[in-house]
Ligand binder design. Structure first.
Ligand SMILES: NC(=O)c1ccc[n+]([C@@H]2O[C@H](COP(=O)([O-])OP(=O)(O)OC[C@H]3O[C@@H](n4cnc5c(N)ncnc54)[C@H](O)[C@@H]3O)[C@@H](O)[C@H]2O)c1
Ligand SMILES: [Zn+2]
Length: 354
């Protein structure tokens, strides 16, 4: 089994990566937490697939799990849903010794982590990610939260998990589109930090994802360790492709594109801006597009897509409100930096070309 230690501030925790870890989840948790009560939070798609296996494993390790299932989908990531989860935890008698397990994709990771952060002012959180995106991205870094009427992730807390268990077998039931969107974040990591991974991605073996997941966790956790609270600009590099990507996601009412698909388009636009403002070579930009297409990720907007909505959505981006844009660019694959030199017109041009 691979074990990666993640450091953030004073906190350290392990990410375990291997096939078939779910049945031993209880044992891994027992080495770190006593409970005995815990909430096992998952969504309506995941509960029927994996809840029973984990529940049995927790019971055999002496824990008393309370399963809490919420409707699948982004629309469940609300304060009202977090409140309802807390009510169920109180009714089940969870106390300060109890802990929360989030079993699911990024939605479950974010809301279960948020609940763990606020329940009795904070109890431990264990993440068991079930999507590729959650394994390589959302389960690392400690950002938890919920959405409000006005936007995504506006309420939240930094609350690192005590343990992350990545059982790669769970990815077998993941729909194709959901699986592929994880590669948008992996390709982003390669562009900003790992030129070698970029060249190997075209030959990735879907049956042997452990080394790839490990590498991506290392990349993200290294960046987070340097700038846990977004203060120095280092963590902002993880937003490469996300300024325009988020605007596309919003312009499509969060229905037209999955997050990773919108980010795929955002990566292309960010590469175009980088060609103009940071000297990125055209063949590198084309290599990014080819790689994204290999994972069936979009690299062009549909002709009839309402582009003006993207510009409207960009105004919601906090960076634009005060007139100064800090835009992440790359001069060469494997590195990225923040630029103050990118204008709204540069962004407009890049979106118009998509
Ligand atoms: N905290 C962070 O740092 C961070 C980073 C990136 C994204 N996020 C958040 O992550 C969320 C997106 O995550 P996501 O893409 O994992 O979405 P998700 O949690 O909605 O999962 C996608 C879909 O796949 C289903 N599913 C999950 N695992 C499955 C499996 N193994 N088999 C079959 N179906 C399965 C889910 O029920 C859901 O319908 C967003 O809310 C985003 O804001 C957070
Ligand atoms: Zn993302």
């Amino acid at each position: 089994m691979i074990s990666v230690e993640v450091r953030a501030g004073l906190r350290r925790y392990d990410v375990l990566i291997e096939s078939g870890l779910l049945v031993s989840a209880g044992e891994f948790v027992k080495k770190r937490l006593h409970g005995p009560r815990c909430a096992l939070i998952s969504d309506s798609n995941i509960a029927s697939l994996f809840d029973e296996r984990i529940k049995q494993s927790l019971l055999s390790a002496g824990f008393q799990p309370t399963p809490v299932t919420i409707p699948a989908g982004e629309q469940s990531k609300t304060l009202a849903q977090a409140d309802a989860i807390c009510d169920q935890m109180i009714a089940a008698g969870l106390d300060r010794q109890s802990f929360v397990i989030g079993l699911g994709g990024g939605v479950i990771g974010d809301i279960s982590g948020f609940v763990a952060a606020i329940f009795l002012r904070g109890i431990p959180h264990v993440q068991i990610p079930t999507t590729l995106l959650a394994m390589v991205d959302s389960s690392i870094g400690g950002k938890t939260g919920v959405n409000t009427r006005d936007g995504k992730n506006l309420l939240g807390a930094i609350h690192h998990p005590v343990l992350v268990i990545d059982d790669v077998d769970v990815l077998k039931t993941l729909p194709h589109r959901e699986f592929n969107q994880g590669f948008a974040e992996i390709i982003k990591h390669a562009i900003i930090a790992d030129a070698e991974m970029f060249t190997t991605l075209k030959d990735v073996d879907p049956e042997n994802l452990v080394p790839l997941i490990r590498r991506n966790i290392e990349i993200k956790s290294k960046i987070v360790a340097k700038d846990e609270r977004d203060r120095t600009g280092e963590r902002a590099l993880l937003n490469f492709g996300h300024t325009i990507g988020h605007a596309i996601e919003r312009a499509g009412n969060y229905r037209k594109f999955l997050h990773g698909e919108a980010i795929s388009l955002g990566l292309i636009a960010a590469c175009d801006v980088s060609m103009k403002k940071a000297g990125l070579a055209r063949d590198q930009r084309d290599a990014v597009a080819n790689l994204l297409r290999q994972f069936d990720l979009p690299t062009q907007l549909p002709k009839d897509f309402p582009r003006e909505k993207i510009f409207e959505a960009l105004r919601f981006d906090k960076k634009f409100e005060h007139g100064e844009i800090r835009f992440v660019v790359t001069s060469t694959i494997g590195s990225a930096h923040l630029s103050n030199d990118v204008t709204p017109d540069d962004i407009r041009e890049a979106v118009a070309r998509l």
